[in-house]
Design a protein around this ligand. Structure first.
Ligand code: GDG
Length: 454
């Protein structure tokens, strides 16, 4: 069994025995815990001097982290990764910018990662890189003579070629991506968009089983929808101590709770959602005084300007909506700009009658899957889900909405809150069945098996 070497921008700050975190960290950690291996990435520390390297052992997992110099952090992380790639991959081309010096910084950090890895990698290791921060990693490793199997799983969407091509360095990025052996996408839509680019724009030719040949290299592609630990999530939601905390948190809310949980990010469609909620209150006034909408939105990437703008906008919108509708004994919108521990979040999911997950674009969206997992199958709540979240491909029994259609979202919220138990149970059972099939274990096992095979 070859050793697994996981590379991601950040190495999750893990401790032994710690409760499971979300998504990437949970899936990767399980795999490494079972089989042992190495996890390489940024420590989260920015230094003014040279990078410091740290090695730490947690059970069978070796964590190897490097610090980033201030200039690298600015060009790579704040710059090309989150100022150019993130908005464009999420179809927000108006918010993307391109600075050649930032792209150079992005390549530089990918090379720094490769330099560090070369010292650690053994000939049979499988190297599994994650996400949009590391599109140039395989190319940098190959340039240093690394011949191992190297795969990349892209957690974000991959956009239509015309959108991707708004990045001036699009051809270089695709060429670099083709140095991987396996590229994994969340949905068929993303994989097809990538193949479209390679075949129509990049001069590649199609091979067997979703592979393409470009510039003398053969790259395999596959679809691996990321999942959640269904039973663990439900168990966490049901733990008596956690339920007591959730009940206390809910104590002064009204009968019906609508819940949303998102990193504070413009791709998550929060502004459109707030306006849809306002419209829901205005058009379906029977819900006034009865329904509370709780938006949990921990700040993220707060040192990037586009994120500061969305934060200010949302504060303004929340104040305006509450100013318009609140009563002395009822506040319609609870906007919580901070993060909560998982043992608070899961039981809160369980007590909400409706969960609003309406990103403008999302690779997958794990909140949607966590919400469905946390529900009581005998009396489940209703998921209102954006058709532009990767999760909508699997969870088509949710109430699917267009996040740009405020009237449609308002009507869907009303429908969710009035839905009878039979329909709720049917929809929930159907979603649960898909999620059990496409579990987190399956995501990781299929990717690792495909990377090792072929
Ligand atoms: C990227 C892709 C893809 C949120 N608030 C709190 C908290 N969370 C947890 C959630 C969930 C995770 O963070 C968020 O995952 P998402 O999938 O919803 O979104 P991204 O962070 O944008 O993730 C996405 C994912 O990668 C995996 O491939 O699905 O499309 O964009 O697990 O529960 N956790 C805690 N407190 C909070 O306040 N503890």
């Amino acid at each position: 069994m070859p050793r697994l070497v996981v590379v991601s921008n950040r190495v999750a700050p893990i401790q032994e025995g710690e409760a499971t975190a979300g998504g990437l960290a949970a899936g990767v950690l399980d795999a490494l815990r079972e089989k042992g291996g190495l996890w390489f990435g940024w420590s989260g520390t920015v230094t003014d001097s040279a990078e410091l390297e740290t090695e730490r052992q947690v059970g069978p997992i070796t964590l190897y982290t490097i610090d980033l110099a201030r200039r690298d952090y600015d060009d790579f992380y704040r710059g090309f990764a989150n100022g150019t790639l993130w908005p464009v991959l999420h179809y927000q081309i108006g918010l993307g910018r391109f600075e050649p010096s930032e792209f150079a910084g992005y390549r530089r950090v990918n090379e720094t990662f490769a330099r560090g890895l070369v010292e650690l990698v053994q000939p049979d290791d499988l190297i599994w890189a994650h996400d949009y921060h590391l599109l140039c990693l395989a190319e940098a490793l190959r340039a240093r003579g690394v011949q191992n199997r190297i795969g990349l799983f892209l957690h974000t969407p991959f956009p239509a070629p015309g959108v991707f091509m708004t990045i001036p360095a699009h051809a270089e990025l695709i060429r670099a991506m083709c140095a991987f052996d396996l590229l994994g996408f969340q949905t068929e839509i993303d994989r097809t968009a990538f193949l479209d680019y390679v075949l129509r724009v990049g001069g590649g030719t199609a091979g067997a089983d979703g592979s393409v040949s470009v510039g003398g290299r053969v790259v395999r592609t596959g679809v691996y929808p990321i999942g959640v630990h269904v039973d663990e999530t439900r168990a966490q939601a049901e733990l008596p101590a956690n339920r007591r905390t959730a009940t206390r948190l809910r104590a002064n809310l009204m009968e019906q709770l609508i819940l949303s949980v998102d990193r504070l990010d413009y791709s998550k469609g929060l502004r459109q959602r707030f306006v849809a909620f306002e419209r829901f209150l205005a058009e379906f006034p029977a819900h006034q005084g009865v329904t509370t909408f709780m938006q949990i939105a921990p700040p993220s990437r707060g040192d990037i300007e586009t994120y500061q703008v969305i934060r200010r906008e949302l504060e303004g919108e929340a104040g305006r909506i509450n100013g318009r509708f609140a009563e002395v004994d009822w506040v319609p919108l609870r906007y919580l700009n901070k993060s909560f521990p998982r043992n608070v979040l899961m039981p809160l999911y369980a007590t909400a009658q409706c969960c609003l997950v309406t990103p403008l674009r999302d690779g997958m969206n794990l909140v949607a899957k966590e919400y469905v997992s946390a529900q009581d199958p005998e009396d489940p709540g209703v998921l209102v889900l954006s058709e532009f979240a990767g999760a909508a491909r699997e969870l088509d029994a949710a109430l699917l909405v267009n996040p740009y259609d405020e009237a449609g979202m308002a009507a869907a919220i009303d429908r969710a809150l009035r839905m009878g138990i039979e329909e709720r149970c049917e929809r929930h059972a159907s979603m649960l069945a898909v999620m059990r099939r496409n579990s987190l274990e399956r995501w990781r096992d299929r990717f690792v098996a495909d990377l090792g095979a072929g």
